[in-house]
Design a protein. Sequence first.
Length: 574
Amino acid sequence: MSESASSMDPQLPETSKALIPLPKPTKKRRRELTNTHRAEIREFFFHDPDRKPSQKEIIQWFENEHYHTLTQSQVSKILSPQYSFLDGAGWVDKSRNRAAEYPDLEDALYHWERAANKSGRISVTGEILQQMAAKFWLKLPQYSSLEPPKFSTGWLAGFKARHNIKRRKKHGQAAEVDKMQMELDLAEIRDICDLYQMADIFNMDETALNYRASPDSSLSSEAVPGGKLKKERMTICFCCNADGTQKMDPWCIGTAQNPRSFGTGKNHIEVHNLGLVWRANKKAWMTGQLFREYLRWFNLQMTGRKVLLLLDGFSSHHAGVDLLETQDIQLTNVRVEFLPANTTSVCQPLDQGIIRTFKAYYKKRWLQYQLDNYEAGEDPHKKMNVLQSLRWMTEAWREDVTETTIANCWLKSRVLKGQMTPPTRWQARQMGWEEAVQQDKDSYDRVVNLAREAIKELENRHFIKEGQDVATFLNPQDEIIEDEPEDDDFIEQIAQAYARVPDTDPDGPEVPLPEPISVPQALGAVSTLRTFAEQQKEDYTVFLRQLRALEREMKAFQMGNRTQTTLERFFVAK
């Protein structure tokens, strides 16, 4: 739960947390060293002429700085005269400092190259890269008024240097994963997780959300009279730790930088106040660019900690990590590890029921909204907008997906080992863990049943033609993010994702926006709520204390900022 959540909500038992081993040294995965890394090592060694660090000190320093483990033979070679050209200010890594002339094109091409190599379906050559660059050029509208470049061998060399693309030997058929190797890789992930406390192990994953899709199954087989299918889509990125005590602000990716429902001018809604990050591209899709930005944001949130971030093998994830490495941007607080291929459905904690729980609670709100609006004689699809969707989304994530649900899904996954196991049945009864898990399950089942009844009600009252099965509506196939669609579709997806998007969404519903609210108006609303609470027979003392605290803060703000009079501006973070 969020920090502000009620203490009555179930949590992972303290006894289970207390048994978690402290981090201990282990051998990290070796990664390719760059000349920039070698230059840093030589600078560290030669910086003080009076005291040279030992090779063990260099290895420890480099591991702390870059999460890379060196061998003594590597250190000896790096300190030898062979790499003396890296000393001093005269050496510059030119390939990394030469900016791309067409960055959107190169980012799209690099994303495709990563996915193509990962799939193993084709062998990516320089000639293929040049051909694909020409294709992407034609598909990116920001270049439509420019003369297409030649995509010569010189351009190709620069592109490969900027993105550290080298000829790599293929080992067997990439599409066929050896099960024994998969289990070995999974065992290595467990060993790495064993170095961290559960609060410091995170998993991040994306899901699609058709935020105002109708539960009418007939829409999938016939045209909708007078309009298109109500299937506006966004991508939501969730991230949480293993004991459920920290849920990161979601990242939401839509199709417009500033949807109409966000408003403009004095009416503009500051979306970050909802507790999320908003980004956009034409495909509403996670890209390598965006994931690079996400990693830097996540690293900043973890300042003062050393944490582990587990990811699946989605091509955008690999592209984002590689972009950081090729630009020598270090994640000082975060160690990134990829889950073994073809294991995420059974090993990724967010896929063990966390995202499913979120969608059930979100779509329950949407179904109730439809019933209420149809009852009032209004079309809910014409009133529903991105802003309302984001409000429900943050409520479902923060309030309905509990710590117990998250911790239980982590324990069901196959990434934890050792003392990071569910309590015994006796321990569970003693600590209330078993009861808490059952309460979450019962709550989820109630929400599913309510959704089923709502769909049936919509059908019985002829608001929809043919109600969908509730499981299909809550988790439809088209909300599953596929990493490797057919080639032509995949190229189109990448091109749309890297195309420039409009600032506003012209296709958004025409929904009247509220007028800006002044601080005196807001204080009047607080006074009304206080009167309401005082009239209740139930105990509202906690609520009244919260109202008084809010009133004091708003009055203090009003006195200190006479010129800033709207409530909207009051809540904008400085």
